[in-house]
Design a binder for this molecule. Structure first.
Ligand code: AMP
Length: 497
């Protein structure tokens, strides 16, 4: 800023600007221009600039700004002539939106909920979509689901009853996703929504009736078809039909119905190259050999901790078959409360089964080690997880037969997973089993067939009626084990008692 021939000087505070020397106004969307307020910063400063350059920071994203630049000299404040300003309008780029802050739930039922939320306080652009992330509270974020929607609402289905879910919502603009909202929690109902009577929904009623008729026809068709099949590979073929007729419903296939059980292993378990596995230490002794912890690094995947079950040297063909049958069974399951099979090593020795690693080992020992340290809610959370895994198994028509705290594994997040899928075959194979079950003296009866007496339902002990209902009995014993921090069922009473 110069006056006459003198050297340039800053003007100081004696000069007055009307309305101001440099003014900024913004337009957001369709709104009228507003003065920008104090949130914006100028470098080197807003007023009394001597150079023709100023940097402005802390502007809002996706907003129109009009800048007016006034040139003033020493007489400007006294000049009666209107002052001339240069104005320039710019639009700032879009940015990621601020987090969604208010989430509401309505129409909560056993398996579904309708969520709605308000737009982020600062959308910072055009919201292209919202992403809803949700998971069961006691599973943490280890297994979450994602749903995307352009609306500010979503119908979330397929939830488990009486379960606490955690939801987070975030918005996306052309600049990317904003941060997730704070967690929003709620619990699903235990009462089914009414189908008939007050509150009944006619669409639900219609769908239910049509669904039931279709289901009935499907059952009749399955029954008629399955009667015509030969005995060999019956289970496998039935399950294929089931899959075909009920898309999405999977039925467990007993690997022992395969003429060649190796075929079942190939079908249900991934062969892993032994060079991908690093064995670190022995963590337990299984029925067929040592159980170790270690690491698995598959090409293109990140390294993970795994448990490695080995088949001890000198095994017979039958032992190898029995050992690998557990992998063929486990490989058919995919549930957060069932131990996950990573794969098998069968092409070299030792033969190995690789599963996810459960840092806290088996539940019975874990409870005894932590006697009295958990809240009732945590203990019930443990039981809820086991129940969820067992429900999945029964939905797949799999009967476990050996549900007990010792066969539940616990990871570092206290998530419990059902394991040990070796028992389902033991009694089937033992011709003496009906007899031995009546001659009970040990913890597990020997003479071939072994039954965990204290965990087994009376009808299963008496006449080998193992069903999902007898698994429920065992679940009751597990409930007792958990709430008593791993006490032995029936304390020191004998098996006979
Ligand atoms: P099992 O043969 O399945 O009864 O395993 C024997 C022992 O090895 C168990 O009692 C556990 O202590 C340990 N174990 C088995 N599988 C795992 C696993 N996936 N993670 C951690 N420990 C395991």
């Amino acid at each position: 800023m110069c006056s006459g021939q003198r050297v340039c000087q800053p003007c100081g505070n004696g000069i007055h600007y009307s309305p101001q020397q440099l003014s900024l106004r913004s337009t957001r969307g369709q709104r009228v221009c507003q003065p920008c307020g104090n949130g914006i910063h100028y470098s080197p400063q807003q007023l009394s600039l001597r150079s023709t350059r100023v940097s402005i920071t802390d502007l809002q994203a996706h907003t129109n700004y009009t800048f007016e630049i006034w040139a003033v000299n020493g007489v400007s404040p006294q000049s009666p002539a209107p002052q001339q300003a240069v104005s320039v309008t710019v639009t700032t780029n879009q940015a990621a939106p601020s987090p969604v802050s208010s989430i509401q739930a309505k129409d909560i039922s056993r398996h579904a909920v309708s969520l709605s939320w308000t737009q982020p306080e600062r959308p910072n652009g055009v919201i292209l979509e919202y992403e809803v992330k949700y998971y069961e509270k006691d599973q943490n974020e280890r297994s979450y689901r994602i749903m995307k929607t352009v609306a500010r609402a979503a119908d979330i289905k397929g939830l488990n009853p009486l379960t606490i879910y955690v939801f987070h919502v975030r918005a996306r603009t052309a600049a990317g996703y904003g941060d997730f909202s704070n967690p929003f929690e709620f619990m699903t109902n235990s009462v089914p929504s009414p189908i008939i009577g007050d509150g009944a929904n006619s669409t639900v009623l219609l769908v239910s009736v049509v669904g039931s008729v279709i289901l009935l026809l499907v059952f009749i068709a399955v029954f008629v078809i399955s009667r015509r099949r030969s005995k060999y590979s019956k289970a496998k073929q039935d399950s294929d039909e089931e899959k075909h007729l009920h898309p999405g419903v999977r039925i467990y296939v007993d690997p022992f119905t395969y003429e060649d059980p190796n075929q079942a292993v190939r079908e249900f378990a991934k062969e892993i190259d032994a060079s991908c596995i690093k064995i670190e230490k022995v963590i337990g002794i299984g029925e067929f050999g040592e159980v170790c912890s270690g690491r698995l690094k598959m090409p293109g995947k990140r390294e993970i901790c795994v448990a490695i079950k080995t088949l001890k040297a000198g095994y017979t063909d039958k032992q190898r078959r029995d050992f690998l049958s557990e992998a063929s069974i486990m490989g058919q399951f995919d549930h957060p409360n069932i131990i996950r099979l990573e794969g098998v090593v069968t092409k070299c020795k030792p033969v190995m089964i690789i599963t996810e690693y459960m840092e806290n080992g088996s539940l019975d020992a874990f409870l005894r080690k932590n006697d009295g340290r958990f809240t009732v809610i945590q203990l019930v959370g443990i039981l809820r997880g086991i129940a969820s895994g067992m429900k999945y198994l029964s939905d797949m028509s799999y009967v476990h037969r050996d549900l007990a705290a010792r066969n539940i594994l616990v990871n570092s997040n206290l998530v419990c997973k059902v394991s040990d899928f070796g028992m389902s075959r033991v009694l089937e194979e033992d011709p003496e089993a009906a007899y031995t079950t009546r001659e009970i003296t040990g913890t597990y009866q020997s003479q071939g067939g072994k039954i965990p007496i204290r965990w087994t339902a009376p009808e299963a002990i008496a006449y080998r009626k193992f069903t999902s209902a007898s698994d429920v009995w065992s679940y009751g014993i597990v409930m007792w084990e958990v709430m008593s921090y791993g006490e032995r069922p029936y304390w020191d009473m004998s098996n006979q008692d």
